[in-house]
Design a protein around this ligand. Structure first.
Ligand SMILES: Nc1ncnc2c1ncn2[C@@H]1O[C@H](COP(=O)(O)OP(=O)(O)OP(=O)(O)O)[C@@H](O)[C@H]1O
Ligand SMILES: [Mg+2]
Length: 228
């Protein structure tokens, strides 16, 4: 079988809250193959965001390992880690867009593909915004966009560097259910038509039901896996 795009082995994360240890992850083993579409479900505090941060190399595990395309992330230098991170697209619950930049500007700014000049960057940003259905909103700043439109800018931005996979933390957490449905459709299309590997943390059954696979986390462990 091909090397998984991401694999976690006995992943543990203990946060220290003063002197009190909080065991956010208690030995998580997860494999994600290229082209997969995985939902991570679970109650608040079960460790979903912590797991996503480890997978995205945004934070280091206390124990265990994360392999990104077969490479042990803990063996990478800071520079190599930054490079690895650029290959991952992140979509956060609260969009995290830069207010003073337009939709186009937000997407362009993230682009770090070597050798891509200014014009090409702009062209690519426009293509990505078109992909997410924002052709007519490129010159709007975040404050001039609806919640769903902002989330779509965030998705376009996450795709800016041709990521190997997309990590999304509650992408529909702050938008109404109709807009959420549109985002779900968009994400599904990215997976089906463009082959983007997607890992999404969600409380939203509607999203979970559209994915290929779901895992359920409780108290820092995966307790159930299901293929849809
Ligand atoms: N920086 C931190 N310091 C101490 N404890 C933390 C820290 N971050 C998270 N925790 C604790 O770790 C546990 C897992 O948190 P995490 O954010 O991963 O949960 P979650 O499943 O994403 O929850 P939610 O659905 O509410 O976003 C929680 O008990 C939380 O209180
Ligand atoms: Mg969370």
């Amino acid at each position: 079988m091909a090397t998984p795009i991401v694999e976690t082995v006995n992943l543990r994360k203990t946060y220290m809250l003063g002197k009190v240890p909080v065991e956010a992850l208690q030995g998580v083993n997860l494999k994600v193959e290229k082209g997969d579409f995985l939902a991570i479900l679970g109650p608040s505090g079960s460790g979903k965001s912590t797991l996503l941060n480890m997978i995205g190399a945004l934070d280091k595990p206390t124990e265990g390992k994360v392999f990104i395309e077969g490479v042990d992330a803990s063996t990478l230098s800071d520079n190599a880690l930054a490079d690895a991170r650029r290959k991952i697209g992140f979509v956060f619950q609260f969009f995290n867009l830069i207010p003073r930049l337009t939709a186009r500007g937000n997407v362009e700014l993230t682009m770090t593909i070597p050798g891509l000049g200014r014009d090409k960057r702009r062209e690519r940003a426009e293509e990505l915004l078109e992909t997410v259905g924002l052709k007519d909103r490129m010159d709007h700043k975040p404050a001039e966009l609806s919640g769903g439109e902002r989330q779509r800018v965030a998705i376009a931005r996450a795709l800016a560097n041709n990521p190997k996979f997309l990590l999304m933390d509650e992408p529909t957490g702050n938008i109404d259910s109709k807009t959420a449905r549109e985002i779900v459709e968009l994400v599904k299309k990215l997976n089906e038509d463009k082959g983007v590997t997607i890992i999404v943390v969600t409380h939203d059954q509607q999203i979970a039901s559209q994915t290929r696979r779901t895992v359920l986390m409780i108290d820092g462990s995966i307790v159930e896996e299901k293929v849809n």
